[in-house]
Design a protein around this ligand. Structure first.
Ligand code: UVW
Length: 342
């Protein structure tokens, strides 16, 4: 039984709402955070979602992002066996270099620190040296390779299709054109009430261990942005979950194993600071809460278009979700390799 946000025990030097220590076992410091919620019982229940034999990839092509915001797109080189010294025959390898955050990906628990202490989940200090362990056993940072010690992520996924829900409501209210559209580069701060209302309209309720997946339509715009989209991007507004303590508290209290979405940051930008003023990008609110304080990974830039269409057609918004990040010690971010299976 996990404590509620209000009942989380105090952690020395940290403000209330810190889940460090909750998942520690036998004196060992936990490195997997809320993935620990995925017990065999929770996973077995999630597997019951896979009954129609339909699998949908949630992975955007690695080179699909037309606005990579400074993150290096993949440099993909094909290497022929002959180039490596073979005198005859034929065959190919790939050589790939890219920023792991440029397309569909997971933020590990060290991607973004608690800014005041510069600590990551469970009080770890992410340093270049600490991240450079060459084996997962020798790596004491809560990075993505530790997912592999327990078989990756297998959970029930729940799509909260905010874009479709917002636009359907707007149409019902007689709005048309731009007024009725949910544009991911406009200021749409998705509140807990919005998520709950959308879930109710989609006839879903949340269960312990679910992965909450929010659709804003962002990857659809970033795949082929129009001049009008670029114009909106100049305002530095991103649709996403409203970053505030109420959102963080609600997310913890649902006991999700992870959250994800199709947006660059999952949370709305620009951030609103505690005093109500507009912050800079480095004042992100949910990143430190989720990654550092709770130990909950964030999936970003997931391709949710086909999933949205399938959910709408079948009126079913829950599914088996599987994901296995790359397996490299010290991995801060990774392609999500996520599948929704119905
Ligand atoms: C932002 O780019 C704001 O978020 P992330 O670093 O998680 O992608």
């Amino acid at each position: 039984q996990l404590p509620t946000f209000d009942d989380l025990p105090p952690v020395k030097g940290m403000s209330h709402g810190c889940a460090w220590g909750i998942f520690d076992k036998d004196g060992d410091k936990d490195l997997r955070g809320t993935l620990n919620i995925l017990t065999p019982k929770v996973v077995a229940e999630a597997c019951k979602e896979a009954r129609d034999g339909i699998s949908i990839s949630l992975n955007w092509p690695l080179n699909a992002n037309k606005v990579p915001m400074g993150r290096s797109p993949p440099l993909h080189k094909h290497v022929n066996f002959k180039d490596s010294g073979l005198s005859k025959g034929s065959g190919w390898d790939d050589q790939l270099t890219f920023n792991t955050q440029v397309s569909s990906q997971w933020d590990s628990l060290v991607h973004w620190q608690h800014q005041e202490t510069e600590l990551s989940y469970n009080g770890t200090k992410a340093t270049q040296e600490g991240l450079s362990a060459t084996t997962t056993e020798g790596n004491k940072m809560p990075t993505l390779d530790h997912w592999h010690t327990s078989g990756g992520l297998v959970a029930r996924g729940v799509l909260i299709d905010i874009k479709a829900w917002y636009e359907a409501r707007a149409a019902k209210d007689g709005k048309t054109g731009d007024e009725a559209a949910f544009h991911p580069f406009e200021e749409h701060r998705i509140t807990v009430s919005d998520i709950e209302a959308c879930a109710k309209d989609q006839k879903v309720s949340f269960r312990v261990g679910d992965v909450l997946i929010i659709r804003t339509g962002m990857t659809e715009v970033l795949s082929s942005p129009k001049p009008t989209d670029f114009a909106k991007m100049q305002n530095s507004q991103l649709a996403g979950v409203h970053g505030c303590i109420e959102s963080a508290k609600w997310i913890w209290d649902q006991h999700f194993s992870a959250v994800a979405g199709d947006s660059v940051a999952f949370e709305a930008l620009m951030p609103i600071k505690e005093d109500g003023s507009v912050g800079a990008p480095e004042d992100l609110v949910l990143h430190p809460w989720l990654l550092s304080m709770f130990g909950m990974s964030i999936g970003e830039l997931w391709d949710l278009k086909a999933l949205s269409e399938h959910c709408k057609k079948t009126e079913r918004y829950t599914f088996l979700l599987t994901s296995a990040p790359l397996n490299i010690p010290g991995l801060v971010g990774s392609p999500s390799n996520a599948l929704a299976i119905f």
